[in-house]
Design a protein around this ligand. Structure first.
Ligand code: AMP
Ligand code: ZN
Ligand code: FE
Ligand code: FE
Length: 286
């Protein structure tokens, strides 16, 4: 049996591995394929794909978007994003500009509380173009204002933190339209993190399916067995494909391993075959 990982982050967003290093690591682990799914950026994809050819492992061009829904924020994964996805690139660039404005507001709030950090420090630890709270947290840790990344979120950067500012995200229709136009396969990421009952998830999936959703991420590092079972049941009910990934972030989330999640995640490449079959049927490139 061969294994895959369809949800990973590099230093293009808030992961810590360079795209090429992540791909090399996946090849060393013997994975058959991985998807790079950075938040709000495609900038790590060409380096990752080139390394994939070099290391003889399939690399799928992806991204993860945060979107508004009735019940709050949810995450969707686009897989097999086409090469010149101009419209998507432009929307992502707008989102990254909003990120910059938001990050600067949070830094200013921290400054007003007497924490001496500047935005250049944040950009320095980021290294990529999608910058966010984990990078601000790293600076706070480096400067000794906190003793763990988690503390940065509970005290300052989490939604109840003293320096928190809201993030501008896409609405669901717009995000789904952009990913469809970029010829992506679209999967609902980590539904188990939505604090949503099976009934509420059913309603959400119906809505997303009408907008072009074709998959649901049943396997994820944060999912319990019962989350997995619910996702598989709903995939069968609505004719969706099942996707799975660790949500690896490198040293940013050291408890999550590439391909293995918290230790016992194993995602069969059979799922990838099913995803590809649907794409071939729909005349989409693989
Ligand atoms: P942003 O996109 O800037 O709002 O940052 C979101 C990122 O922060 C996601 O990758 C989350 O997993 C991460 N995050 C949220 N809360 C925590 C926490 N308590 N500890 C570590 N990372 C967190
Ligand atoms: Zn992340
Ligand atoms: Fe996510
Ligand atoms: Fe993620």
């Amino acid at each position: 049996m061969q294994f895959i990982d369809l949800h990973t982050h590099t230093c293009a967003s808030d992961g810590s591995d360079k795209p090429s290093d992540l791909v090399k690591k996946a090849a060393r682990l013997g994975l058959k394929a991985i998807a790079i799914t950075d938040h709000d950026t495609l900038s790590g994809l060409s380096e990752a794909c080139a390394q994939g050819v070099e290391s003889n492992i399939e690399v799928i061009r992806g991204c993860e978007l945060s979107v508004h829904s009735e019940g709050g924020e949810l995450h969707i994964l686009g897989l097999w994003i086409e090469d010149n996805a101009q419209e998507l690139e432009e929307a992502l660039e707008r989102l990254r500009k909003f990120r910059t404005e938001r990050n600067k507001i949070m830094v200013e709030r921290l400054n007003n509380m007497g924490l001496d950090i500047c935005y250049a420090d944040v950009l320095n630890v980021a290294g990529g173009d999608a910058v966010g709270r984990p990078h601000i947290a790293k600076v706070l840790l480096q400067k000794g204002y906190i003793t763990s990344i988690n503390q940065a979120f509970t005290s300052y950067l989490g939604s109840k933190g003293k320096a928190y500012a809201k993030k501008e995200i896409l609405n669901m229709d717009e995000a789904m339209r952009l990913l469809n136009n970029a010829k992506a396969s679209i999967s609902l990421a980590h539904p188990g993190l939505l604090s949503c009952s099976e009934q509420c998830l059913t309603k959400l999936l119906l809505q997303l399916k009408s907008l072009g959703l074709t998959g649901i991420e049943a396997y994820h590092s944060a999912h319990t067995r019962s989350n997995e079972d619910m996702c598989i049941r709903l995939a069968q009910k609505f004719g969706l494909d099942i996707t799975g990934g660790s949500d690896y972030h490198g040293a940013t989330k050291p408890h999550i391993q590439l391909g293995f999640g918290k230790g016992n995640l194993r995602i069969s490449s059979d799922l990838l075959d099913k995803l590809k079959q649907r794409r071939v049927k729909n005349k989409l490139k693989i």
